[in-house]
Write a protein that binds this ligand. Sequence first.
Ligand SMILES: [Zn+2]
Length: 288
Amino acid sequence: MCFRKFLATTLQALIAFLVLAPFLLSQTRPKPPKSVRLYVFDNGVIKGLDPAIFHFKKEELATTDMVVCSYLIVHPKGTLMWDTGAIPDADLKADGSPVTQERFTATKTLKSQLAALGYTPKNITYFALSHYHVDHIANANDFASSTWLVQQPERDAMFAEKGGAPITQRAKYIALKDSKTKILNGQDYDVFGDGTVVIKAAYGHTPGHQVVYLKLAKTGPILLAGDLYHYQEERNTDKTPTFEFDRDQSLASRAAIEAFIKKTGAQLWIEHDLAHFNQLKKAPGYYE
Ligand SMILES: [Zn+2]
């Protein structure tokens, strides 16, 4: 290539870059909102559950089916992804036809739901799991570049050399091991420093199960309860799942969270509650 041709090619590439740069930059992250937003993602359903593993008889529950969902919280200062579904995006179909794995069925990838809002896992500021169970971690590795907010006993169980955590698949979250990590030890953690997004410990279902409290300007306060309960019918009973890590701890956590929502007037959202989910606005709709 002669020098003049080289110069022309380089110049063309430079011009193309300068023309595209503002566009590409604006594509990397949407403009932050003025107040906190909550987006609800659809990650499918869980069917065929035996109510006995939750100490219920079939006729005591409206349905044994559960929904699998995850949440994106968008704050003026950054974003928090909460949970990641039961089936990895890589196993789902591009045409949106349903895919079933064990008891889980899903149609939509998590990344397509993020992309519809202008986000990719790479530009999410914070990442948190309610807990490490297999129906919450499917796409956790995608968020390894976010700052991981995790309780010390949860992380210890997730990466324990001996025994390891039950009802999970370490491979699906292994990348978090090297993430920038904020370790929590049961204290409330005010994610953005203004009291609008606060992680609260609710140990028992797993060693470091956690929930998140949101103070939304129009909707009011919401407590995203993770698996503190699985069914609405569990509230006001002492029934806990048969696979609870520490039942006494769970009952104490429930009592503390119930007292907290009574004090704050927060709505309690049970992540797996199908009837509740069906009533919710799903992304790209949002609560603010
Ligand atoms: Zn669950």
